[in-house]
Design a binder for this molecule. Structure first.
Ligand code: SF4
Length: 332
């Protein structure tokens, strides 16, 4: 398989509190390693405060990074995102784009839709003439189901779903290879969410793009993505091809997220545990396994020793001391 983005022991920290001498570093992302395959639709799931947005932005090189690194390779170029030069960063930005979380806040109300979509081309100097820019804008707009009439208007004239399509067109106009969509459907109504996701899926297969889709909702991600990673307090707790994750989730946190999805199967007696309590504050993290304060299976060992992400060679990785014994009853 062909890896597009590889993160190795990636951590992202922000200085918090205090004066000059007692600055603390808050690790929003802690020692994350993952591979994103070329052409995949990769889902990243977690509650708010899990570090998923920070990780997505770090992969786009938009957040301060401490230690570890991320690597980008599209076959022609190879970037160490940690030690990237200014020129390379510019080039990388053409290849990687973010679709914003909130299409209402992200679109400038004073620009026409045409200008909003054209702006990245102008900023990055990708087109030479206005005619060339217009042609490119029209081509992308059509892919996002926007017409010429739409291009002349201002964003306030559009519904949430249409605004989201404008954001997508803007992100795609520079022909990026890697796109991070950060809960870009969360603010939308369920039926519109499905439309936007289907559009992203279609564009992805048409243009051969690689997407990372960030959401707090495992059910949204599970129906769209071919690979899913679950985050908790800055750590990856489980990552697997979606089918495997669905068939047999291994981490108690993932199981709890699944049990929060309403089941349509009347025979499903709900063997999974419900998730209770709040995610602890990143500034005051539990010892050992970060999930132990909410895990119904926590034992003393969990409180003392942080589990490592274990791989079984099939691409299904989990970080829990007890996952094997917890799987056993279901197998019997
Ligand atoms: Fe629960 Fe222990 Fe596994 Fe953490 S390591 S998820 S506390 S069983």
């Amino acid at each position: 398989s062909d890896v597009l983005i590889r993160a190795k022991g990636l951590s992202v920290g922000f200085p918090i509190g205090g004066g000059m001498f007692n600055k603390q570093i808050l690790k929003a992302v802690d020692n994350v390693s993952l591979d994103i395959e070329k052409g995949s639709f990769f889902g990243l799931v977690g509650e708010s405060g899990s570090g998923k947005t920070t990780l997505g932005r770090a992969l786009l090189k938009a957040a301060p990074i401490t230690g570890g690194g991320a690597h980008y390779s599209d076959g022609e170029v190879d970037y160490d995102l940690e030690n990237i030069s200014k020129e390379q960063l510019k080039d990388y930005r053409k290849r990687a784009q973010l679709i914003f979380q909130d299409p209402y806040a992200a679109l400038s109300p004073r620009m026409t839709v045409r200008d909003i979509i054209a702006e990245p081309l102008e900023v990055m100097g990708l087109t030479k003439t206005r005619a060339e820019t217009d042609a490119r804008v029209r081509e992308i707009a059509a892919k996002c189901r926007l017409n010429l009439e739409h291009l002349r208007r201002f964003p306030h004239a559009f519904s949430g779903g249409q605004r989201q399509r404008i954001s997508i067109a803007r992100a795609l106009v520079s022909a990026p290879k890697f796109i991070v969509a950060d809960e870009s459907v969360a603010a939308l109504d369920v039926s519109i969410q499905a439309d936007v996701l289907n559009l992203l899926k279609q564009i992805q297969s048409d243009m051969g793009l690689t997407f990372m889709f960030i959401s707090h909702d495992l059910s949204v991600v599970a129906h769209t993505c071919d690979h899913v990673a679950v985050m908790y307090l800055g750590r990856l707790v489980e990552t697997a091809p979606t089918r495997k994750l669905f068939a047999a989730p291994r981490h108690p946190y993932t199981k709890a997220l699944f049990s929060a999805i309403p089941s349509l199967d009347p025979d499903d007696r709900g063997t999974a545990q419900k998730l209770t309590g709040e995610i602890p504050s990143p500034t005051n993290q539990p010892s050992g396994c970060k999930f132990h304060t909410r895990c119904p299976f926590a034992i003393d060992h969990c409180k003392q020793v942080e589990p490592k992400l274990e791989t079984d060679g099939s691409g299904h990785d989990v970080s829990c001391h007890r996952w094997k014994e917890l799987m056993a009853p279901e197998a019997a």
